[in-house]
Ligand binder design. Structure first.
Ligand SMILES: [Zn+2]
Length: 323
């Protein structure tokens, strides 16, 4: 009767379960994304239909919303901008008075203890919706780098704490590192979207950020969902170029990749639990088919268990209290 393992001994009470728990989520693991929109009414707040609970926010609305979350324990945010005008060269992305630059200044002024991360990319600001400069119908790698550097520098000047390039152009981490260092921003870390897949799970984000490509797709720069060895090559390149944090995006369908990066490299790994992953849980919960909070915490815990120490998730605001 005695010769088998009795795992249930350590599951008998909630106290014992807590004592042997291997993964515990903390508010400091989580980063809440916000969509800041250029709008004449700074109180502007427009719910995003495909992401229930998330909204496009004018600057004052953003400050209010972050204030509530900050008091509940929010530690970090990542910002995406929705500009008033778009053009071929993403001019609004690197203006000193651009929407993100103003939002960063306001957030840092109101919440000095909050870590403000900025997404660096062209797609929300280009008329064609691609993440780089387009010539002859193709997204050009090297000409894009200078634009990314302009955006990153404008964010650093505004007071951003961490720069997060999401474009997937080759060589951009090194380019941004040199540009930041050259202007004296040697202390600003680069959280690189190292392994960003051409994923179907970004659908709702494109409504939120108004960034759907007007032609073609992003498969010439984002990674093929079928690949994981390639992820190691991407990570090695980013490390050599000076990345401080490696990110995997999306998260749940790529936990093997999160685990591989955490195991193979000694940099912190971040994972982005993306809009589609969020909306799936939201939609099922709205039907009464799933317990939203429990599912959200289980999903986020699994991302941490796989090896991510920083998790970007739209559920951050919701789960802060439960943690
Ligand atoms: Zn982009």
């Amino acid at each position: 009767m005695q010769d088998f393992y009795r795992g249930r001994r350590l599951r008998r009470s909630s106290t014992i379960r807590e004592m042997v728990r291997e993964t515990v989520l903390h508010p400091s693991d989580l980063i809440q994304p916000y969509f800041v929109v250029e709008h004449q009414d700074p109180e502007f707040c427009s719910p995003i239909a495909s992401m229930p609970g998330q909204s496009q926010l004018g600057i004052s609305a953003l400050i209010k919303r972050v204030g509530i979350a900050f008091r509940a324990g929010l530690r970090a945010v990542i910002l995406f901008g929705v500009p008033g005008e778009k053009d071929e060269f993403a001019t609004e992305a690197y203006k000193e008075e651009g929407i993100i630059q103003r939002a960063v200044r306001e957030l840092k002024e109101n919440f000095p203890g909050l870590t403000v991360i900025t997404d660096v990319c062209l797609c929300e600001y280009t008329s064609h919706g691609h993440c780089g400069i387009v010539q002859d119908g193709y997204v050009q790698n090297d000409p894009t780098l200078n634009y990314l550097a302009r955006i990153a520098l404008s964010h650093a000047r505004a007071g951003a704490d961490i720069i997060a390039p999401s474009d997937m152009m080759d060589g951009r981490v090194g380019w941004l590192r040199r540009s930041l260092d050259h202007e004296g921003f040697t202390d600003i870390p680069i959280m690189s979207y190292t392994v960003k897949y051409a994923s179907a799970f970004y659908g709702p984000f494109r409504e939120a950020a108004e960034s759907s490509p007007s032609f073609g797709d992003r498969k010439t720069y984002q990674m093929d969902p079928a690949n994981s060895v390639e992820a190691l090559r991407e990570a090695r390149a980013d490390i050599e170029e000076g990345a401080d944090v490696l990110m995997v995006k999306p998260a749940l369908p790529y936990l093997d990749v999160v685990h591989a990066l955490a195991g193979n490299f000694d940099l912190p790994v971040a994972a982005y639990h993306v809009s589609g992953e969020y909306s799936l849980i939201k939609a099922a919960a709205a039907q009464g088919w799933i317990d939203e909070n429990a599912a959200a915490i289980e999903a986020l815990s699994s991302i941490k268990r796989a090896g991510a120490s920083m998790i970007i998730s739209y559920f951050t605001e919701n789960v802060l209290e439960a943690l």
